[in-house]
Ligand binder design. Structure first.
Ligand code: SF4
Length: 428
C-alpha cells in the first residue's frame, strides 16, 4: 500500500505524523491512502484541514482519503462533506493501521480506549534536521478559549525511561537536536505513579550523549525552581523558553482561565532571562479576547516591553464553538482586534531585533537546517535564526560554532567560528 501522511498544526501533530508514517509504511496490499492529520485550534485551522481533504479527494479520485486527529473530533461533519472516506479521532489515531485494514476488509471498526504513551515511539529520522519527541498528551487546565483540551483526551505522560530510549534511537538516527513536546508540558508526570517532574524527565533524557534538547512551549506554572536550576547548569538544555503569555492583564487572564497573574509571568520570565546563560524568550499573545479594553491591551504591551521577547506569536481571538469564552460578553470589534494585532506585530519586530542585538559578537552553536537564498540557515541554542553565507562548507543536520556579525530586521548573520581568520577576535 502506498501511504502518504499530510499534517497541519502543532509540534505534537508533527510528531504524530511521523509516528503514523512509520507505522503505516508496512501496510500490506495495493492502492493509495492519503492521511490528513488535521488541526482544530482555530476556525482557520478547520478550514485548512477541510481544504486539504477536498484537494486530495479531487487530485486522487481513486485513493482512500482519511482525516485523523483534532479536527476529526472537533469538526467531523465538515471533513466528511469535504470528501474524507474515513474520519478517525485522537482516541483511535494510534490504531490507524488496524482500523484501515478493518475498513478495507469491510469489517466493523474495532473499539478502543485512549492509548498509553508508553507504547508510542518513533525511530526517525524525521524529514527535518530537528527531531520531535512527544512526552505528554491531554490537558486539564480548561482555558476558556481553547478547544485542544476538549479533543486531546485525558492526561497521559510518557515514562522517563521510555522517552530516553526513544531519544537514544533518534540520536542514533543522526539527530543532534530533539524538541521535547506535549499538549501541556507543565502537567507532565501528574498521571504517572512516581510523579516525575518535567525536570526529572529532562535529566533522564540528558543521559543520552551527543544531542541537545529544546522545549516547545511551557506555561508559566511549569517553570519551577527545579527546572530553572536545570536550565542554568545544563548547556545541552537549549536556553530558549517559549512561555505563552496570552495577556498582560489579570482580569483577562482570569477570564481566560489561565493559571497565573501577569506579575507571576513577569517574575518567571525575568528569572529565566537573568539566571540562564544566553537565555532568550518567546511568547504567545491573544488580542481581542472578550473584555480586553484599551487599558488591558496596553498592560500586555508594557509587560512585553520589559521582556523584549525574541519571538512573539500573535493570535486574534476567534470564538470557537463549544468553548466557554464564546459565550462571554464584551466582544472586541474585528477591526479593533486587527489594529491591536498590527501594533503588536510592529513592536515584536523591534523587540526581536533588540533581543538578537545582545548577541552581536557572541559565539553560539548553530544547528544547520537548510539552504535558502544563498545562505545556510538554522537555529542557535537560544533560537536565533541565523544565516551563514553558502560559501561555507557546512552540512545539514550538523552543529557548528558561529560568531554573530550582523543583526538586521530580517537577518541575523553568523560566520563559522573555527576558521583561522576568526580566531583572533574571539569575544571574551
Ligand atoms: S493550557 Fe489552556 S490553551 Fe493550553 S492546551 Fe490546556 S486548555 Fe488549551
Amino acid at each position: 500500500m502506498r501511504v502518504y501522511v499530510h499534517t497541519l498544526g502543532c509540534r505534537v501533530n508533527q510528531y504524530e505524523a511521523q509516528y503514523l508514517a512509520e507505522r503505516l509504511a508496512t501496510l500490506p496490499g495495493e492502492g493509495e491512502v492519503h492521511v490528513v492529520n488535521t488541526c482544530t485550534v482555530t476556525a482557520l485551522a478547520d478550514r485548512k484541514s477541510r481544504k486539504l481533504v477536498a484537494q486530495l479527494r479531487r487530485e486522487h479520485p481513486g485513493a482512500l482519503v482519511v482525516a485523523v486527529g483534532c479536527g476529526a473530533d472537533g469538526a467531523r461533519a465538515g471533513l466528511l462533506r469535504a470528501g474524507a472516506d474515513l474520519v478517525v479521532g485522537n482516541r483511535d489515531k494510534a490504531r490507524l493501521p488496524e482500523l484501515l485494514m478493518a475498513y478495507l476488509r469491510g469489517d466493523a471498526l474495532p473499539e478502543g480506549g485512549w492509548p498509553s504513551l508508553a507504547e508510542e515511539r518513533v525511530r526517525g529520522p524525521f524529514p527535518r534536521a530537528r527531531a520531535l519527541l512527544k512526552v505528554q498528551d491531554g490537558c486539564t487546565q480548561g482555558c476558556t478559549f481553547c478547544r485542544t483540551w476538549q479533543v486531546r483526551g485525558p492526561l497521559r505522560s510518557k515514562p522517563p525511561k521510555v522517552a530516553r530510549e526513544e531519544a537514544e534511537a533518534l540520536a542514533a538516527a543522526g539527530h543532534k537536536e530533539i524538541v521535547v513536546t506535549g499538549v501541556n508540558l507543565a502537567q507532565y508526570g501528574r498521571d504517572l505513579p512516581e510523579r516525575p517532574t518535567l525536570a526529572d524527565l529532562l535529566s533522564e533524557l540528558l543521559r543520552v550523549e551527543g544531542v541537545r534538547y529544546r522545549l516547545t512551549s511551557v506555561n508559566p506554572e511549569g517553570l519551577t525552581p527545579e527546572l530553572l536550576a536545570l536550565f542554568s547548569r545544563e548547556p545541552r538544555l537549549c536556553p530558549y523558553l517559549h512561555m505563552p503569555l496570552q495577556s498582560g492583564d489579570d482580569r483577562v487572564l482570569a477570564a481566560m482561565g489561565r493559571a497565573y497573574t501577569a506579575a507571576e509571568y513577569k517574575e518567571k520570565a525575568l528569572a529565566f532571562l537573568s539566571s540562564v546563560p544566553k537565555a532568550t524568550l518567546g511568547a504567545d499573545v491573544m488580542v481581542g479576547f472578550p473584555g480586553e479594553d484599551e487599558r488591558a491591551f496596553s498592560r500586555t504591551v508594557e509587560l512585553l516591553e520589559a521582556l523584549t521577547p525574541l519571538n512573539l506569536h500573535i493570535f486574534r481571538y476567534s470564538p470557537r464553538p463549544g468553548t466557554a469564552a464564546a459565550r462571554l460578553p464584551g466582544r472586541v470589534p474585528k477591526a479593533e482586534a486587527a489594529r491591536r494585532s498590527a501594533e503588536l506585530a510592529g513592536l515584536a519586530r523591534r523587540w526581536s531585533r533588540l533581543a538578537r542585538q545582545r548577541f552581536l559578537g557572541a559565539t553560539l552553536e548553530l544547528l544547520v537546517e537548510e539552504q535558502e537564498g544563498g545562505w545556510w540557515v538554522g537555529h542557535t541554542e537560544n533560537y536565533l535564526r541565523v544565516g551563514v553565507a553558502e560559501s561555507a562548507a557546512l552540512a545539514r543536520g550538523t552543529i557548528v560554532t558561529v560568531r554573530i556579525v550582523r543583526v538586521e530586521e530580517n537577518l541575523t548573520e553568523g560566520v563559522v567560528f573555527d576558521r583561522p581568520q576568526d580566531r583572533g577576535d574571539r569575544p571574551s
